[in-house]
Design a protein around this ligand. Sequence first.
Ligand code: FAQ
Length: 311
Amino acid sequence: EMAPEERAFQQKIDADVKIEPKDWMPEGYRKTLIRQISQHAHSEIVGQLPEGNWITRAPTLERKAILLAKVQDEAGHGLYLYCAAETLGISRDQMTEQLLSGKAKYSSIFNYPTLTWADIGAIGWLVDGAAIMNQVPLQRCSYGPYARAMIRICKEESFHQRQGYDIMMKLCRGTPEQKEMAQDALDRWWRPALMMFGPPDDQSVHSAQSMAWKIKLNSNDELRQKFVDQTVPQAEYLGLKIPDPDLKWNEARGHYDFGELDWSEFYEVIKGNGPCNRERMEARRKAWEDGAWFREGLMAHARKKEARRMA
Ligand code: FAQ
C-alpha cells in the first residue's frame, strides 16, 4: 500500500514529469540516485587514468592535443555529475570519502591496463561507445539535474567515440604490425566493454525498482544487445575480428547472438581484484592527499573573508 505522497510521486514519473531537487521524493529514490550518479562521477574521474597513461606517449602532436582534450572533458563530466549528486543532499567530500573507502564503486572497465597506443583507440571506440549507449537514454531519466547533465556529456562522448574509431581506422590501414596491434586491443577490450552494462538482468538487483522510477530506462541486457548489434558492422568495416566464436547473426531475432561472458571475472573486478584496482585507488588517494594543502588554503581564505565581512 503506497502512501498518498508516494502515489503522487509515481504518477509524476509515469507522466514523464521531471523530479527536481526540492520536490518530495521517497528515500529509496534519493539513495539510488546518489549511488548511481556518484558512481558515474567516480567512473569519469578514475576513467582519466588509463588514458592519461598515454598522453606523454601519443604518436603525434595532434593526437596528443586530442587526447589531452578528451581527458579534460572526462574531468569536466565528473565535476558536472558531482554537482548533480550534490542537489540530493550529499557533499562532494562525502562522495570522495565513499570512493576512497571502497564503499562507492566506479566502472569495472577502468581496472584494465592500457598496454599499447591501440588501446586508446579501442577505449574511444568501445568504452565510449558503450557509455553513449547507456547515457543517451539517461537524457530522459526522471531526475532533472541528472537528465540535463547527460545532454552535454553525450555530445562530448560522441566526439570521444569518433576519435577512438579514427585511431582504429588509421591503425587498420597502416602496416601489418599496426593492424595486429589494433586486433590485439579489440581482443582484450571486447569482453570488459560488454561487462560495462552490468550483470545479466536476472542478477541485476537494482534494475526493476530503478526502471519503475525511470532512473534507468533500459535493462542491462537490452543495452548490451544494442551495443553488440551496433559494433559488429563497425569491426567489419575496420577489417577486425570480434573475439567471440559464438557471435552470429540471428535472422529470426533480428539481432546478433553472442557468447556467454565470464561473470566471475566481473564480480572479482568489482570486488577490487581486477588487474589495476589497487593502482587506480592508490592514484586517487594520492591525488586527494596531495590536494589537501589547496583545500586548506581555500578554507582559510573563506574564513578570512567571512571575518572581514563580519567586522
Ligand atoms: N562496474 O543492479 P545492477 C564513463 C554494480 S562510462 C562496476 O545492475 P545498476 C565514460 C552496481 O553498481 C561508465 N560496478 O546495478 C568514460 C551494483 O552494485 P552496488 C560509467 C557495476 O546500478 C569513458 C551491482 O553491480 N557509467 O565513465 C557495474 O542498476 C571513457 C549490481 O548491478 C555509468 O555509471 C560496472 N560495469 O546498473 C570515461 C552510467 N555494473 O551499487 C572515461 C550510469 C553494475 O549496489 C573514458 N550507471 N555494477 O554496490 C548505470 O547506468 C548503472 O549504474 C549500471 C548498473 C548500468 C552501470
